[in-house]
Ligand binder design. Sequence first.
Ligand code: NAP
Length: 343
Amino acid sequence: MSTIKRNVAIIGATGAVGEEMISILEERKFPVNDLFLFASQNSAGTSLSFNHKKYRVEVLKEEKLDIFGAIDLTLLSAGTEISQKFIPLIAEKGTVCIDNSNAWRMDSDVPLVVPEVNYSDLNYFNRKNIVANPNCSTIQMVQVLKPIHDIFKITRVVVSTYQATSGKGKKAMGELSSQTIALLNQQEVHVKEFPHQIAFNCIPHIDSFLENGHTLEETKMILETKKIMNAPSIRVSATCVRVPVFCSHAESVNIETEKKATPEEIRALLSETKGIKVMDDPAKKLYPLNIMATGKDDTLVGRIREDFSIANGINLWIVSDNIRKGAALNAVQIAEALHTEFL
Ligand code: NAP
C-alpha cells in the first residue's frame, strides 16, 4: 500500500459542501500531509478542525497563489465565478483541481466524473489539471441509469426533481428555517435566497431561466448525463423543483429502453451495483425517503415499476444526500482515485 501523503487545499472550506469535504476526508482517512483552507473575507481569522487539529482559514487572494505550487490536490466549492477565475491560475502551478461548480463541466478537455460510472475518464485529467464534479441532481441519476443502460440501452429519460434547500448552500437552508419559524409565529416572511417563499412551498425554478424556457439546472442535467454516460443520443427531459426540505434530493425518473426490462431485472441489477441501495417493498411501506438518505453514502432507489403507457418503460424513485454523494463525497472519491492511480 502506498505511503505517499498529499497536500490538500479546500477553497470554499466554510460552506455546506466545504465543511462536508473536511469531514469526509477525515472519515475516509484520506492520506493528508498538510491541509490548506480558503474562503472569503467573511471568514478571515476563523479556523476549522480536521483530525483533532485546528486549521486557519485563509482568504483566497490573487496575489497569494504561489502556495498552490506545493499543493497536490485542490477541492473547490466556492461557486462558478471563483472557479472560472482561479482554476486556470492555480492549475498552472501544478495543483490538480477537483471542481464542484458549473464552470468547467462541459469543457471537452475536462473529465466530468462519477467514479462508479466513468472512472476511466480520469485518464485525461492532466489535459488541464482539472476534474469536474457533476451537478448534484445529475450524479444520483446517472449512478442508476448507467448499469441499466449498459444492458437494456436507454433511449429516453424524463426526470422531475424534488431538490433540498441545502443544494443552494448554508444561507438557503437558513432561509427555510427562518421562514418556517416566521410563518408559524404569524410574522412577516423575508425572501432573499430563493425566487419565492420556500417554506410550505415548491418552486419550479432552480438557477436562471434560459431563452428556450428551460432553467440552467435542467439544462445541466440534460447535457451532463450525455457526457458522463458517453451517450450523446440519449434524449433527456428534466423539470427541476426546489422543495421545502433541508437535505437530500429526490427524483422521479421515467426511462424508455430499447430492450425490454422487467422491474425484477432492474431490482436485481441495481442491488448488485456499488453505491446504490435498493429499498423497494411497498407492502411494508419501504421506499427511499429524504430522511433515510441524509448522512449516508449510498443512493437509494425504490418504487421500481413498469410504465404501462409505453412499450419498454420503467419508473423509479431515486433519493440521495446532495451534500455527500451529490458533492463532497463524489469529490473525495475522485481525489482518492487520483491519489491511488493517476498522480
Ligand atoms: P455555501 O454554503 O454558500 O458556501 C460557499 C463557500 O464559498 C463558503 O465557504 C464561502 O466562504 C466561499 N466563498 C464565497 N465567496 C468566496 C470568495 N470570493 N473567495 C473564496 N471563497 C468564497 O455553498 P455550498 O452549498 O457549499 O456550494 C458551494 C459550491 O458547490 C457551489 O459552486 C455549488 O454550486 C456547488 N455545489 C453545491 C452542492 C450542494 O448540494 N450544496 C452540490 C453540488 C455542487 P465564506 O463562508 O467566507 O463566505
